[in-house]
Design a protein around this ligand. Structure first.
Ligand code: 13P
Length: 336
């Protein structure tokens, strides 16, 4: 078993998943504005440290994706943030892309940037304690999009990124996110997501990526948020599994879904059903941002000194997601 594969299994085994706490300062400021908390670096740290010191870190969280600011911060207990995370048994990770910019040649679409100087930045993050990384490509669905250009260029960037990350001894999370925004159907989402994932693996293989040392972070198959053709969670689970079975090479050890704007309960229920029906060898778990943090953030906003109360809300959510990652969740458990 390669060192990279060991890291993957440490992060994803036994129902554990990933806490995506890598919001850029701009995004975090919007989240804090919504709860009327000033977006200072101290407050950003306080909220995140509250999550990283909670009990469920040991039981439910195998990895945490950090943002550049956070990985360099020191906790109240005088540990660095990566040390705090490692002390719970979880693996520290880092977002390394520098964001999605207008794609020249198809200006209504986006290309993710951040390859220039990446090799040196990766060395620094490794020194700081990171053992896995994230890069997110984004794709919009409409009649014309995603274009072949955006599918190809984002896949190419994801592959170049992955090669550099593995060269540096870390596990790349490969995140091609087909967005939920729009009025498209679940069938459209299925077709486009399939095309996007297929191209990503074509490029990953071209770039000699060790597929046993990556984590795929895809969207689930869902209708657009403005579509009037809703589908059941059972259908989402079945279409998501079909898409992954048809397009992901069997060497890939694990899939960690993004929540992408689903509610906490939807994201939990869908993951649970995916696992109930999982007839693949892929570990299927979560790498949620909003669907792990939303209620905890709302609670914390009422009193930022109520650390225990905030942790209780977060622990519940994280533990529910871990049950879902084992196909053992039910609505009754939510009420306890
Ligand atoms: P969401 O779960 O809120 O979609 O965030 C996950 C993530 O890391 C997006 O890049």
């Amino acid at each position: 078993m390669s060192e990279l594969n060991k890291i993957v299994l440490k992060i994803l085994s036994n129902g554990k998943g990933i806490l995506a706490a890598d919001e850029s300062t701009g995004t975090m400021t919007k989240r804090l504005d919504d709860i009327n908390v000033p977006s200072t670096s101290e407050n950003r740290l306080l909220f995140r440290e509250t999550l990283f010191s909670s009990e469920s870190m040991k039981s439910s969280i195998g990895g945490v994706i950090l943002y550049d600011e956070t990985i360099k911060q020191t906790s109240n207990s005088n540990q660095t943030i990566p040390e705090l995370i490692s002390s719970t048994g979880a693996v520290p990770g880092i977002k390394v892309d520098t964001g999605a910019k207008v794609l020249a040649g198809s200006p209504e679409e986006k290309i993710t940037e951040g390859l220039d100087g990446l090799r040196d930045r990766l060395k620094e993050y490794y020194q700081l304690g990171a053992r896995f990384t994230k890069w997110r490509g984004v794709y919009n669905i409409s009649n014309k999009y995603p274009s072949k250009l955006s599918i190809h260029s984002n896949a190419h960037a994801l592959a170049r990124y992955s090669a550099l990350v593995q060269e540096c001894g870390m596990v790349p999370i490969v995140e091609p996110e087909v967005l939920m925004d729009g009025a498209h159907s679940a069938e459209d989402c299925f077709t486009k997501t399939s095309e996007v994932i297929k191209k990503c693996f074509e490029q990953l293989m071209l770039h000699n990526i060790d597929l046993t040392g990556i984590i795929l972070k895809p969207n689930m198959i869902l209708p657009g948020n403005k579509s009037n053709k809703k589908i059941s969670s059972e259908e989402t689970a079945k279409l998501t599994l079909k898409c992954l079975k048809e397009n992901v090479p069997v060497d890939v050890p694990g899939v960690a879904f993004l929540s992408g704007g689903q509610t906490e309960i939807q994201a939990t229920e869908n993951l649970n059903l995916i696992n109930k029906h999982n007839d693949t060898n892929f570990i299927m778990t979560f790498s949620y941002g909003r669907a792990l943090q939303k209620n905890a953030l709302k609670f914390w906003g009422k009193n930022i000194k109520d650390i225990q109360g905030t942790q209780d809300v977060f622990n519940h959510r994280a533990d529910m997601c871990t049950l879902a990652a084992q196909g053992k969740w039910s609505t009754e458990l939510e009420k306890k």
